[in-house]
Ligand binder design. Structure first.
Ligand SMILES: *[C@@H]1O[C@H](CO)[C@@H](O)[C@H](O)[C@H]1NC(C)=O
Ligand SMILES: *[C@@H]1O[C@H](CO)[C@@H](O)[C@H](O)[C@H]1NC(C)=O
Ligand SMILES: *[C@@H]1O[C@H](CO)[C@@H](O)[C@H](O)[C@H]1NC(C)=O
Ligand SMILES: *[C@@H]1O[C@H](CO)[C@@H](O)[C@H](O)[C@H]1NC(C)=O
Length: 827
């Protein structure tokens, strides 16, 4: 509308000029921004009015809105600038810009139109609304992308208005001006090259706007560009492969290693999460990775013997979904955690003691699961005396005997095999083998003593156990079961088995019979001890049995001989002095020692005052002078006692005739004994007795022979049964020990004559006494000279009877001889 009005004013001005004077019209042009009071135009002159008219007409400026930039100086008739005029304020972008007002006159009233055009000057620079602009641009934005920028404005018009833009620096962005028609322009900056936040995160550009005035004026704007991150970088590990070492059996929680990845991106695009990707089964559940720090720790058991190397694939991912990977190779370091494992392949529990050296007893296999030094094993045994452990090949050993074994020395071995590896510290294990040594019969029984001596008192009961032999055998069981055997031998020509027997089991020696010291004083035999081995071993020992004397025999009076009917008297002449040796009582005791120590005492006597008996020697002597008053016939009873406990004794009656001549004696004694009728009868009885005795003798012979045969047979059977055969031995009147009662040998002679009543006998031996034997019944004479010693020394020799001429046998005597020798012949 302003444009239309202006055009109308110009048209009006032209019409004024063309119509003339009726309505005056004038126009002026002034630049804006002129100082107040500046001259605008000489209106009086241009309208052709004189000053007077202006005065009289009270000329004034008329505006409709009473805003007058221009005032009228009536005095000078000129228009002056009332106040400073800014064209931009007055008209904005309108062109042309003019002030329209009227000069009004009175008397007569008339008016004149005045137009003042205000021209532009370049007084405004281009300006931006803000002097800074911020952009957040992703680095992923493609080149060619345009960003609209704020435009600058310039209030000036025409030449002085905005003319151009410039952007600096221009390497990344360039400027693009789009004409949008009707003079409006669109300013854009266009991306030329791709952005990279990682290189350049902040960009600073300056946009300059330039107008066309003279001089040019410019306005600038700072453009700040933040390059926003895009996830264009994947995490990258510092190494593609990491190496680590783990000790086996390392505790849970041990740090194996740390992997590190970096991501150039920012924020979540650069936030890395670590994880373990695919693992082989054996490694599963053994490792764990801290998802933030990348620290790999152990959460399971690592066993070198199962796995030597772990390959752990590790992935690093950012939040944007990009990832990188690496490998952690963890080598397991062996530690000595396995003991050697001893395995007994085969073994004998029992070995015979006669096994040869180098007999293999046990085979051993030893393994160690560890490797290298930790798996090198050495084995040894603790008993190296008898055994040796030999390495057959690697890991195989055999235990062998090294020397001869002896069950009796060691019946059992506990051998400990110890195997150690060479680790630091070494581990070892051991096994104890129990080996029994079996017995071989290699030891003979051994008797306690090298010989035995035992004592037994005579007159023992048969079957009495005498003592025990004992043998031990070092072997075992059956090989050590000792049985005792009496070795066959003979004692005095009789098998020893008839004396003693040996209990096979216990070794007790029993007397089989009752011993008689007077027959046998000692004997010896051998006992064999035999074990139950196969073959059996045996040894023997000598056993000596000593028989001890008992006082079982009374003294026997050898002299004077006590014959039933005969009367023997010692003659003592009446002239005999004191101490006259009448006779000597000779007695023996077959016992020995104290039991045979004899003493003689006078028990009874016709006249005790006349005789005495030597206590030790049995000599009867007179103790006083014989007188005529003394009776011819003296009867002494002498008791002979031995010294045994209890003592045994014998008595002997000694008749002593105290007379000077033989007839005196006879007369004295015959009244006592001689009887003619008795004597005749006696002869008859004797014949009868001879017949009976002869019969008995023959019967005896038959019986004895039968018994002999029977025994011979029996002994052959009994020999095997070991039953005792008890032979009968005649008494031996000897003292084999040499300490007897008869240190001297008494030889005496007996002289007998027919009709001995009248005969005189003389005894020529030293120490012998006159002896008168008066036997009223004797019908023959027998002279017998017998040496006691020969009988004593040779008990088995046939009875020696020496008969000298004249040979007249006293039947009575003969019978005695026969009866006496019969048993001996029987044996
Ligand atoms: C750019 O991003 C920042 C934060 O990222 C924000 O504070 C700012 O207002 C953003 N500027 C623009 C122009 O979007
Ligand atoms: C060997 O060791 C075992 C078991 O400890 C033991 O019984 C045996 O007596 C030892 N042998 C030697 C000779 O030390
Ligand atoms: C061997 O060991 C066994 C069982 O441990 C034991 O009874 C025996 O006495 C031992 N023998 C030796 C000789 O050490
Ligand atoms: C008895 O033993 C001895 C050795 O002590 C031996 O010489 C002898 O032959 C043995 N006798 C018998 C019959 O065995």
């Amino acid at each position: 509308m302003a444009g239309i009005t202006a055009r109308r004013q110009v048209l009006l001005f032209i019409s004024v000029l063309s119509l003339g004077a009726a309505v005056g019209q004038v126009s002026y042009s002034i630049p804006e921004e002129m100082a107040k009071g500046s001259f605008v135009g000489n209106i009086a002159q241009d309208l052709g009015l004189d000053i007077q008219r202006l005065k009289s007409g009270r000329a004034r400026v008329f505006t409709r809105d009473n805003t007058a930039y221009i005032e009228l100086n009536s005095e000078r008739g000129i228009l002056l600038l009332k106040e400073r005029i800014d064209r931009e304020a007055l008209c904005g972008q309108m062109t042309p810009c003019a002030l329209h007002f009227q000069i009004l006159l009175e008397n007569p009233m008339e008016f004149y139109s005045v137009t003042v055009e205000i021209t532009d000057i370049n007084d405004n620079p281009p300006t931006f609304i803000t002097n800074e602009a911020h952009f957040n641009i992703s680095e992923s934005v493609l080149s060619g992308t345009a960003f609209v920028l704020d435009r600058a404005t310039d209030l000036d018009v025409g030449e002085n208005s905005l003319k151009a833009y410039a952007l600096k620096p221009s390497d990344i962005f360039s400027l693009k001006i789009n004409n949008q028609g009707q003079g409006s322009k669109n300013v854009e900056m266009v991306l030329n090259a791709p952005l990279d936040r990682e290189k350049n995160e902040h960009l600073r550009l300056v946009l300059t706007a330039v107008d066309g005035g003279e001089p040019r004026m410019t306005g600038t704007m700072q453009i700040h560009i933040n390059v926003l991150d895009a996830n264009d970088n994947a995490p990258v590990f510092t190494q593609p492969v990491y190496k680590a070492f783990i000790k086996e059996n390392a505790p849970v929680g041990t740090v194996v290693g740390t992997v590190t990845a970096t991501d150039a991106d920012d924020g979540s695009n650069g936030r890395i999460t670590y994880s373990i990707s695919a693992m082989l089964d054996h490694a599963y559940g053994i490792f764990e990775i801290n998802k933030r720090s990348g620290e790999v720790t152990l959460i399971g058991k690592v066993d070198y013997e199962k796995t030597r190397t772990f390959q752990i694939n590790i992935r690093a991912s950012d939040d944007g979904g990009l990832s990188g990977s690496c490998k952690l190779i963890a080598d397991v370091i062996d530690t000595n955690d396995n003991r050697p494992d001893i395995h007994i392949m085969s073994k004998s529990n029992v070995i015979s003691e006669d096994a040869k050296p180098n007999t293999v007893v046990t085979m051993i296999n030893v393994e160690d699961a560890d490797s290298s030094e930790n798996g090198k094993v050495q084995c040894d045994i603790n008993d190296s005396n008898s055994f040796i452990l030999k390495s057959v090949s690697e890991k195989f050993y055999s235990l062998m005997t090294d020397s001869d074994l002896d069950r009796e020395r060691a019946s059992e071995y506990n051998i400990t095999v110890t195997c150690s590896d060479e680790g630091v510290p070494p581990l070892s294990s051991s096994v104890t083998l129990n080996l029994q040594i079996s017995d071989v019969n290699d030891n003979a029984p051994v008797f306690d003593r090298s010989s035995y001596e035992a004592y037994i008192v005579e007159n023992n009961t048969p079957g009495l156990s005498i003592f025990t032999v004992k043998a031990t055998d070092a072997d075992w069981n059956q090989n050590a079961r000792v049985s005792y055997i009496l070795e066959d031998s003979s004692v005095n020509g009789v098998p020893v088995s008839s004396y003693v027997s040996v209990s096979a089991d216990s070794g007790v020696i029993h007397a089989v019979r009752s011993f008689d010291y007077e027959q046998i004083k000692h004997f010896h035999f051998r006992v064999k001890a035999q074990d139950g081995g196969s073959p059996p071993l045996c040894s023997n020992v000598t056993v000596k049995i000593m028989i001890q004397d008992q006082n079982d025999n009374p003294p026997q009076v050898l002299y004077p001989v006590q014959t039933g009917g005969s009367l023997v008297a010692e003659m003592v002449p009446r002239s005999a002095d004191v101490g006259y040796l009448v006779t000597k009582v000779v007695a023996v005791d077959v016992d020995s020692g104290q039991n045979a120590w004899l003493s003689y005492k006078l028990q009874k006597a016709t006249d005790r005052a006349l005789f005495e008996v030597g206590l030790q020697n049995g000599e009867i002597r007179t103790i006083r002078q014989v007188t005529d008053k003394d009776a011819v016939k003296q009867r002494l009873t002498v008791i002979v006692e031995d010294n045994g406990q209890p003592s045994r004794s014998a008595t002997v009656i000694v008749n002593v005739a105290v007379a000077d001549s033989f007839p005196e004696v006879l007369s004295e004694f015959t009244e006592l004994t001689l009887d003619k009728e008795y004597n005749d009868n006696l002869t008859f009885y004797l014949v009868l007795a001879l017949a009976v005795v002869s019969f008995l003798f023959i019967t005896c012979l038959v019986v004895i022979i039968s018994v002999k045969i029977y025994r011979w047979r029996q002994s052959r059977i009994l020999y095997h049964s070991n039953l005792p055969v008890i032979p009968y031995y005649p008494p031996r009147y000897s003292d084999t020990l040499g300490t007897g009662t008869l240190p001297h040998v008494y030889n005496y002679e007996v002289c007998r004559t027919t009709d001995s009543r009248k005969s005189d006998c003389k005894f020529g031996r030293a120490g012998s006494q006159n002896v008168l034997i008066m036997d009223p019944s004797s019908t023959g004479t027998m002279q017998r000279i017998q040496s006691e010693k020969s009988i004593l020394d040779e008990p088995d020799s046939p009875l020696e009877v020496r008969i000298s001429q004249p040979f007249k046998i006293n039947i009575n005597e003969l019978m005695l001889v026969i009866l006496f020798s019969a048993p001996r012949i029987a044996t």
